[in-house]
Design a protein around this ligand. Structure first.
Ligand code: HDE
Length: 749
């Protein structure tokens, strides 16, 4: 029987009986066995622990991709993994081929159910360092001064499937697992401080309304459809969260540039048992920035992995994202209100001007996961994972969550032992009496997993509060009657959205109006549009009139007097300056550019902690005078949405030589000279998206041809590349140049 024709046999191995010797490989592949490369330094996460309590690296029972020889799942070495065992080369495949059956069976079961919400996510490892500033009100050890705690953070969108685009308009999840010495603490928050509903019992309803229509399963990862808008107009408590979604917060520029919120009010407990109510906030060091709606839409097609890539690239480049954890504190009064705001209502916020956010620690993300499935997909968060010093309140939304998360993991992770998966394992010692179940990987010893017992020496013993036991705060539950009802304070659905709207800058308000107009214009049912306009009329007449005009419908009158609210300037994203670390500067150049100046400029960008990407007519290198300069993007694969700012490095006549006559002729017909139309598109989009633009030498002609006036705000032209860069960097500290489009010109973006 002739053997397979191109199997490779490892060098130095004895020939396999009945098989011919190795033939010359057609493709270049490694022929010597060697240890796989160790993970890149920045990718090795903090120590994770295995079911036997040993650090993952030290545990020989853990199966991972190690060693140089291929084996079956039983450890049997294999000589071939490319051919099924057959009765002759052209004969039937034999059922006795265990390797074939094992390989295919495992593959058939590789997928697990995706999360019912927050299916699409990206994650990173990092470290949290406490400032000690919360220690007077919270006994949690990890908040102590300079205590370092490993963390794992998963960011997500809510509505879309696992493979959906990153830049859709949606809320973002911001879930953090703290592996503290007292057990795992999960802060499972969002990038929006309020939620759609006040009671968890409505969660399946809002999600059914937001997910794709059940008949055609469209639209994917979108709220712009009838069922979502039907729901939010019929449950007006959703108005506040919906307004945040329609604001720029719904389309973040990057996970690194998002705030995070615990949403619910939590209760902190000090060493003496004293309690304080708090709301948790994550404040990003890079500021809070957003995409424009057109950018978000283009990016959904051009780079659906935009946020995932951004996070991983920044960490790999050493630009570690950072957030300060902060708390707003409120006295734990029996009413659980602060200045009239019901702290148990998750559709309400307390303005930061009334209760400032006090920093209590710093989180730095330092390592990408080594394996997406093992870590990002299998991580299981739970708002009930608490440590001594942090307790819950009676927010009815939180109550439902405390049940839901452990329940959903049983389906998603296939049984009750998901806490044994390495990424979920606590770093504190575990000594539970949970036994057996699907996917049990621990080998428990002892005979008496119950207590008290007399057979295992009485172990395990209970701890008291002094030995770190979690003791629930003895909160008094008021005497009451069983009801299905909400308190009267939960009925105010307009004052908080109104405060949010009035706190925004005029540019941000225009974006809100444009977003509502876009989304409602995608609804087919006239009644849904009209009902939503009635909700908006009770929030703000200007907002309602703007959306009504866009829909071509009359603006309804408010149903009563509008609430008198004080704006909270902290809610606006604009008007501040921020670090420019990790910002991406595209530099358009060709062989005629001054390449020596270009090299210097790249170095300056890098020294400034930003990322310079040279965009040229072709890949490889630019080899003109002062070169060579390495090219990172070409006119064919660059799109404006990737860049925070664009610079044009001299060179008129761009693309004329390098490109097919068709493109150049098209540009000439449009009166753009010889400039490649893709360069014109890059520049005109960046201009429309209010991004900083700079040029020197002949680059000014490209800007002019792309319709970017030299005297427009945020367009910097000079003969000195260094001064162009410095002005553009200064503009980037404000993220975008909104003065380019005074209020009233939103329609152009
Ligand atoms: Fe969640 N939520 N949620 N949620 N949630 C889930 O748990 C749920 C809510 C949040 O990256 C699920 O493991 C209910 C608010 C994040 O793995 C599920 C209610 C907030 C993530 C679930 C809420 C969140 C989830 C799906 C209403 C912000 C992703 C998969 C009472 C404070 C975590 C899973 C990750 C995930 C239930 C409302 C944040 C089904 C019942 C409010 C960040 O258990």
């Amino acid at each position: 029987m002739a053997g397979p024709t191109h199997d490779k046999q490892q060098k130095g191995e004895p020939p396999i009986p009945g098989r011919p010797g190795p033939e010359a490989p057609q493709l270049e592949e490694p022929t010597e066995p060697r240890e796989p490369l160790p993970p890149k330094k920045d990718q090795s996460g903090p120590e994770v622990y295995t079911a036997t309590g040993r650090a993952l690296d030290a545990d020989p029972t853990v199966r991972s991709q190690t060693g140089s020889r291929l084996t079956t799942a039983q450890g049997l070495r294999l000589y071939d993994t490319d051919h099924s065992l057959k009765a002759g080369e052209r004969g039937p495949v034999l059922l006795q081929d265990h390797h074939l059956r094992e390989k295919i069976t495992h593959f058939d079961h590789e997928r697990i159910p995706e999360r019912v919400v927050h299916a699409r996510g990206a994650a990173a490892h990092g470290v949290f360092r406490g400032y000690g500033t919360a220690s007077n009100i919270c006994k949690a050890a990890f908040l102590g001064k300079d205590v370092e705690t490993p963390v794992f953070v998963r960011f997500s969108t809510v509505l879309g499937s696992r493979g959906s685009a990153d830049t859709v308009r949606d809320t973002r999840g911001f879930a953090t697992k703290f592996y503290t010495q007292q057990g795992v603490f999960d802060l499972v928050g969002n990038n929006i401080p309020v939620f759609f509903i006040q009671d968890a019992i409505k969660f399946p309803d809002i999600i059914h309304a937001g997910k794709p229509h059940p008949d055609r399963e469209i639209p994917q990862a979108q709220s712009a459809h009838d069922t979502f808008w039907d729901f939010v107009s019929l449950h007006t408590e959703a108005a506040h969260h919906t307004l945040w979604n329609m604001s720029d917060r719904g389309i973040p520029r990057s996970f690194r540039m998002m705030e995070g919120f615990g949403v619910h009010t939590f209760r902190l407990v000090d060493e003496q048992g004293g309690t304080t109510l708090v709301k948790f906030h994550w404040k990003p060091r890079l500021g809070v920035h957003s995409l424009t709606w057109e950018e978000a839409q283009i990016t959904g097609g051009v780079d659906p992995d935009f946020h995932r890539r951004d996070l991983a690239d920044a960490i790999e480049a050493g630009a570690f994202p950072e957030w300060e954890l902060g708390i707003q504190t409120f006295p734990d009064n029996p009413e659980q209100t602060f200045r009239g705001i019901d702290l148990l209502d998750p559709t309400k916020i307390v303005p930061e001007e009334w209760a400032p956010v006090q920093p209590i620690g710093l989180m730095t993300l330092t390592a990408n996961p080594s394996n997406f499935f093992a870590e990002t997909e299998q991580v299981a968060f739970h708002p009930g994972h608490l440590v001594p010093g942090i307790d819950i309140t009676d927010d009815p939304l939180l109550a439902g969550r405390l049940f839901s998360y452990i329940d959903t993991q049983i389906t998603r992770l296939g049984g009750p032992n998901f806490a044994q998966i390495p990424v979920n394992r606590p770093h504190a010692p575990i000594n539970d009496m949970l036994r057996d179940g699907l996917h049990q990987t621990a080998v428990h010893s002892g005979v008496a997993p119950y207590r008290p017992n007399s057979l295992d020496g009485g172990c395990p013993f209970l701890a008291g509060a002094a030995d770190g036991a979690y003791v629930e705060t003895p909160v008094t539950v008021p005497e009451s009657t069983k009801v299905r009802a909400a308190p009267a304070s939960f009925a105010d659905h307009t004052s908080h959205p109104r405060r949010f709207y009035l706190s925004l800058d005029p540019v941000e308000r225009e974006h809100v109006i444009a977003a509502y107009t876009f989304e409602l214009s995608k609804c087919y049912e006239q009644a849904v549009k009209e009902r939503n306009l009635r909700v908006l009329a009770d929030i703000d007449p200007e907002l309602c009139a703007g959306v009504a005009a866009g829909l071509g419908l009359p603006a309804p009158e408010p149903s009563g007097p509008l609430p008198d609210v004080e704006p909270s300037p902290a809610l606006s994203q604009l008007g501040h300056t921020w670090p420019t670390d990790g910002r991406i500067i595209g530099i358009i150049a060709d062989e005629n550019s001054d390449l020596a100046a270009l090299s210097d400029l790249r170095s300056t960008v890098l020294e400034g902690g930003m990322v310079p990407l040279v965009i040229a007519p072709h890949g490889g290198e630019l080899a003109g005078s002062g070169g060579p300069v390495t090219v990172q993007r070409t006119f064919a694969n660059a799109r404006s949405v990737e860049f925070d700012a664009l610079l044009v490095a001299g060179a008129p006549g761009m693309g004329a030589d390098a490109y097919g006559a068709r493109d150049v002729k098209a540009a000439q017909r449009q009166g753009s000279g010889n400039i490649d139309p893709r360069v014109l598109l890059l520049l005109s989009e960046a201009y429309r998206h209010a991004k900083a633009l700079g040029a020197w030498g002949g680059g000014a002609d490209a800007l002019a041809a792309a319709g970017c006036p030299q005297d427009a705000p945020g367009v910097v032209v000079s003969q000195d590349p260094g001064s162009v860069l410095s002005e553009v960097t200064d503009l980037l500290t404000r993220h975008r140049v909104w003065d380019r489009f005074p209020p009233g010109t939103t329609a152009t973006r």
